[in-house]
Design a protein around this ligand. Structure first.
Ligand code: 13P
Length: 250
């Protein structure tokens, strides 16, 4: 099995302000200091990418975005192209977050187009997958995850997963305080790796699969100790510097 470097990514969602971002990012950068073998990424709202890029100068923390257009450029009011994210030094782009899928009607195909757009530009997508509560209760978790993954494999090709990250985010665990148990999460992470391995076992072995959904300072370590959990995608707890630092150190 390959040694996968852990990744902890902060998804700030639609939170923050010029005034509040500054102390938050400064405390995160200072708190991580010289630390650890884990990679840490911060994904602020688009409008603050420039501010956070400046704050990250000289630190090991990398920048990511929360979304991207599936198109290159043109008359697409309100959209942001991947070339623009590159301009500001983004290395990661979250695609297919469940809030994008449910609130902004992003289909599996649209998510696949965004994934392809990101890898073709040389950035790294963090592809989110995850089931709704009713899908879990109906025993459909694996079918849903398989459908979400397969749409991307079909359009982008398995070879493009070599620069990608997958995040398993059960929708029922996002922002609810209900975390998947380490065993529940591990089961789905293993399923994701096996699904990718059908196409390319080396890619599947090397890819990092993050868990997201109510990761907190007091449950991160247990989750991250599971064999197929390679870090986390953190929402609420990433807005509190000390909590986020504890998660990074887990
Ligand atoms: P919470 O950590 O707030 O549950 O959010 C998880 C998430 O959606 C990260 O992308």
């Amino acid at each position: 099995m390959s040694e996968r470097q852990k990744l902890v990514a902060a998804n700030w969602k639609m939170n923050g302000s010029l005034a509040s971002n500054q102390p938050l990012i400064a405390e995160i950068v200072a708190g991580l200091g010289e630390t650890s073998g884990s990679e840490v990424a911060v994904c602020p709202p688009f409008i603050y990418l420039s501010q956070i890029a400046d704050s990250l100068q000289g630190s090991s923390v990398v920048l990511g975005a929360q979304n991207v257009s599936h198109l290159d450029a043109g008359a697409y009011t309100g959209e942001t192209a991947v070339s623009m994210l590159k301009d500001f030094g983004c290395q990661y782009v979250i695609v297919g977050h469940s809030e994008r899928r449910s609130l902004y009607a992003e289909t599996d195909e649209r998510v696949a187009e965004k994934f392809l757009q990101v890898v073709q530009s040389g950035l790294r997508p963090i592809l989110c997958v995850g089931e709704l509560l009713e899908e879990r209760e109906a025993g459909e978790t694996e079918d849903v995850i398989a459908r979400q993954l397969d749409a991307v494999i079909e359009l982008a090709g398995i070879e493009n997963f070599s620069q990608a990250v997958v995040a398993y985010e059960p929708v029922w665990a996002i922002g609810t305080g209900k975390t998947a148990t380490p065993e529940q999460a591990q089961q789905v992470h293993e399923f994701i790796r096996l699904r990718l391995a059908r196409h390319d076992s080396d890619v599947a072995d090397a890819i990092r699969i993050l868990y997201g959904g109510s990761v907190k300072a007091d449950n991160a370590e247990q989750l991250f100790n599971m064999a197929d959990i390679d870090g986390g995608l953190i929402g609420g707890a990433s807005l509190i510097a000390q909590d986020f630092l504890t998660i990074c150190k887990a």
